[in-house]
Write a protein that binds this ligand. Structure first.
Ligand code: 5AD
Length: 339
């Protein structure tokens, strides 16, 4: 496969992936990343505003049936305060993430979106990550100011999907991604690596599905067995799966925004740096207030639990300069939209 050729076919890329060492793969992906995105790593402020969830995904620590989870909600005024603080710290993109919490009706979410837009003088991009909704609801959110939507498909293996996301439909989730794109959102999806029952073929298909969906953002992280869930005793798989996935995604989707995920930083102290070296160009400082952050436990041993936003941003800046990157406060809009 020729160096940095942006027009490689998916087949060329997969053949290279299959034979390349992780080091070779990462080098190729990082150099392609730099040729498009430079050395800048864009920060997106993450606010985990509710951990109530009506879903019962077997892998997730905030699943409905986990009676040990301590539940919380952050109300609208508090969300606006958190966004203002992040905005004053320089952030220009925010992600509102939550469990599928019926308390937050479409109207409530719209009011929050409108206020965030106003408060940030329409200079910040807002991403929602709150699960499958109807097309009508996605349209309402869009009209109220949502710019982007994240909805991971978690695995491209339909049978595996149906066995771990009970009462959820793979087809509906993929249809939701199409709805989002058609409504003019910048669309994000992604998956976990190392799920029980997953194979190397699944991992290749996961990445190919992201390319087929022409995603603007792709998040991938290692599955971490979570206490008090049916998958608690599953084996921990190597971070290398997620590192190789990041590099493969960069080669398949050169323009996409790809985060170095918290899950990677959780199972390896330098997991996020490794992901950046594999072609990731986004970091997501967690702005969730310290008092409740510890309860948004999708998986155990989450990092940065006792740090506030400014400390986190400073720490990320230092970590990035140590690997010859620099943090950026850009809105990080999708490159396909003419930038
Ligand atoms: N390990 C790693 N990632 C997880 N997620 C949920 N549970 C886990 C887990 N146990 C991921 C899912 C979800 C995202 C918000 O967090 O991919 O989409």
């Amino acid at each position: 496969m020729p160096d940095n050729n942006r027009d490689n076919t998916a087949e060329d890329i997969i053949n290279f992936y299959k034979t390349a060492s992780t080091d070779e793969l990462c080098k190729r992906a990082a150099s392609l990343c730099e040729s498009i995105h430079g050395k800048e790593i864009i920060l997106r402020g993450l606010i985990e505003f509710t951990n109530y969830c009506s879903q019962d995904c077997l892998y997730c620590g905030i699943r409905k049936s986990n009676k040990n989870a301590v539940r919380y909600r952050i109300d609208k005024d508090e969300i606006i305060k958190i966004v203002s603080m992040g905005y004053n710290a320089g952030l220009r993109t925010f992600v509102l993430q939550g469990g599928e919490d019926p308390y937050y009706t479409a109207d409530k979410i719209c009011r929050i979106l409108e206020q965030i837009k106003k408060k940030t003088e329409y200079k910040a991009s807002v991403t929602l990550s709150i699960g499958v909704k109807s097309r009508k609801t996605y349209r309402k959110f869009r009209e109220a100011g949502a710019d982007r939507y994240l909805i991971r498909f978690e695995t491209s293996d339909r049978e595996l999907y149906q066995s771990i996301k009970i009462n959820s439909s793979f087809e509906k989730r993929i249809a939701a991604i199409h709805d989002i794109k058609e409504l003019g959102y910048e669309a994000g999806s992604g998956y976990m690596t190392g799920l029980p029952g997953e194979t190397e073929e699944t991992r290749i298909n996961n990445a190919l599905l992201c390319r087929k969906l022409e995603l603007d953002m792709v998040g991938v992280g290692p599955f971490i067995p979570s206490n008090n869930t049916p998958l608690a005793a599953s084996p921990k798989m190597p971070l290398e799966y997620a590192i190789r996935a990041t590099a493969l995604l960069r080669l398949l989707l050169p323009k996409a925004h790809i985060p170095a995920t918290t899950a990677a930083g959780t199972i390896d102290q330098h997991g996020r740096e490794k992901m950046v070296r594999a072609g990731a160009n986004i970091l997501m400082p967690n702005l969730t207030p310290v008092e409740v952050k510890k309860h948004y436990l999708l998986y155990p041993d989450k990092i940065c639990l006792d740090e506030n936003a400014n400390e986190i941003i400073k720490g990320l800046g230092e970590r990035m300069s140590a690997i010859d990157r620099k943090i950026s406060f850009s809105r990080g809009s999708a490159l396909r939209l003419g930038k």
